[in-house]
Ligand binder design. Structure first.
Ligand code: FAD
Ligand code: NAD
Ligand code: ISD
Length: 426
């Protein structure tokens, strides 16, 4: 049993949706493109799962957040794929790939061949078992990566209303889910090993602002320690979390957000890997010229910083996907991908954006007792990164522009004094 396509996108997440949109914009013919996804639904905006999807009232539900509503573009429903002659093979896991023969073998036993493959397999959530703790499959213990996880989490949240949740991990999932739990009337304790939340990005001063805000909403923090085991009742439902420092936290539910691993395993030994992802060039092309990789799974050259990076954020997945399709369809007109890293989050009434790189000296600015403040990162005498909480569209555009320009800074104290004005007047 088998089918043949010119283009196959392996994975049906954010990057797949934006790649499909770009293929159609560039005139792909009916029957040429196929998307294979383990998920049972057409590509959707994954960021919604830790935000609108978890709201107690009027929550976001599909089909409302299929790609590409995240960038205010058309919403690609299953009907859209059909109308454009794109084969959506859903609920189907690819279990092996042969890049020499240009074939994929699905778990249902079908062989699908391609001329060009775009790998968009994203990542999987790291499991506690990988840190020597068992209990991930127990009742009340939740992860959040895909729609199935989100549906399970919603059910657990509903049955935990008024009760206690422990959030393991102080990164993006931890912070966004903790906010959603509070909004749903669940008491939250966050546990993470670092000295402050969002340790990969925030400075201690920025982190302190968010932690104080969360505390004002009732969230408790247990920092500098990790989970060692769970307690369960006779039905194997979680009842408490035991920490390395000896603390026992009662828990009706637990959310675990301890990072991800890119889904590269199908290509190990076949494609060059770097920094945990599939290494691609500025056209998103891997070490095999017929295979492209985009999104969480790709390690690509970030031109502005002259080094390769693997980014785990939606803007990068969307833009890299569009770029790969441009490079495939119009190679002679497509230059190297020139991407400025962009991360953001929204929690409670707060909202921040970050552009660039968080290396070098930090210069904070603004009102940390209000809700409009930020920071610049200055490395080797140039601005390389900018963060802003509570900005307007114009202000965010200004910090993005300044980060892209990398202006020289002679006096950090002067930059601090100018604050946001520096970006707005440049
Ligand atoms: P994904 O969107 O994860 O898609 C991968 C797809 O490949 C999935 O459908 C998966 O089932 C499929 N797949 C994998 N292996 C196989 C296989 N063998 N066979 C078939 N199918 C397969 N980023 C931000 O910048 N801002 C945010 O606010 C934000 N919020 C987020 C909230 C949540 C809950 C999560 C989990 C992530 C969030 N992110 C956010 C990160 C962002 O969603 C990812 O960077 C983005 O989804 C990456 O896109 P992708 O297409 O590479 O991977
Ligand atoms: P993360 O990398 O943001 O955070 C991982 C956290 O795990 C760390 O901050 C640390 O506190 C914690 N940790 C690590 N080892 C631990 C241990 N042994 N015990 C307890 N805690 C431990 O990853 P995440 O929060 O799991 O998010 C998963 C993915 O989803 C990431 O790729 C992230 O970028 C993405 N995401 C992004 C957004 C956004 O950009 N707004 C929102 C949600 C999810
Ligand atoms: O970028 C995003 C984001 O943060 C979301 O919640 O895309 C989604 C959509 O806007 C959801 O509708």
């Amino acid at each position: 049993m088998g089918r043949a396509f010119v283009y196959v996108i392996l994975g049906g997440g954010v990057a797949a949706g934006y790649a499909a949109h770009e293929f159609v914009k560039r005139g792909v013919s009916h029957g040429e493109l196929c998307i294979i996804s383990e998920e049972p639904v057409a590509p959707y905006e994954r960021p919604a799962l830790s935000k609108g999807y978890l709201l107690p009232e009027d929550p976001a539900r599909l089909p409302a957040f299929h790609c590409c509503v995240g960038t205010n573009e058309e919403r690609l429903t299953p009907k859209w794929y059909k109308e454009h002659g794109i084969e959506l093979v859903l609920g189907t896991r690819v279990k092996s790939a042969d890049v020499r023969r240009k074939t994929l073998l699905t778990a249902t036993g079908e062989t699908i061949t391609y001329k060009i493959l775009i790998v968009a397999t994203g990542a999987r959530a790291l499991k506690l078992e990988e840190f020597g703790v068992s209990g991930s499959d127990a009742d009340g213990v939740c992860y959040l990566r895909d729609l199935a996880d989100a549906n399970r989490l919603v059910n657990v949240m509903q049955s935990s209303s008024g009760g206690n949740a422990v959030v393991i991990g102080g990164g993006y999932i931890g912070m966004e889910c903790a906010a959603s739990l509070v909004i749903s009337n669940i008491n939250v304790t966050m546990v993470f090993p670092e000295a402050h939340c969002m340790a990969r990005l925030f400075t201690p001063k920025i982190a302190s602002y968010y932690e104080e805000f969360y505390k004002s909403k009732g969230v408790q923090f247990v920092k500098g320690t990790v989970l060692t085991s769970f307690d369960f009742d006779s039905d194997q439902k979680v009842t408490a979390v035991n920490l390395r420092d000896g603390t026992k936290l009662p828990a009706d539910m637990v959310i675990v957000g301890i990072g991800i691993r890119p889904n590269t395993s199908l290509f190990e030994g076949q494609l060059t890997l770097e920094k945990g992802g599939i290494k691609v060039n500025g056209r998103m092309q891997s070490s095999n010229s017929s295979v492209y990789a985009v999104g969480d799974v790709a390690t690509f050259p970030v031109k502005i910083f002259s080094e390769t990076r693997r980014l785990e954020h939606v803007d990068s997945a969307r833009k890299a996907a569009r770029h790969a399709v441009a490079a495939i369809i119009e190679p002679e007109k497509t230059t190297e991908f020139d991407y400025l890293p962009f991360f953001y989050s929204r929690v409670f009434t707060l909202s921040w954006q970050f552009y660039g790189d968080n290396t070098g000296d930090v210069v904070h600015f603004g009102d940390f007792s209000g809700n409009r403040f930020g920071a610049y990162w200055v490395n080797k005498g140039q601005v390389v990164g900018s963060f802003l909480e509570g900005g307007t569209k114009e202000e965010y555009e200004a910090i993005a522009k300044i980060t892209r320009l990398k202006p020289a800074i002679e006096d950090l104290a002067d930059l601090e004094k100018q604050g946001l004005g520096f970006a707005l007047t440049l």
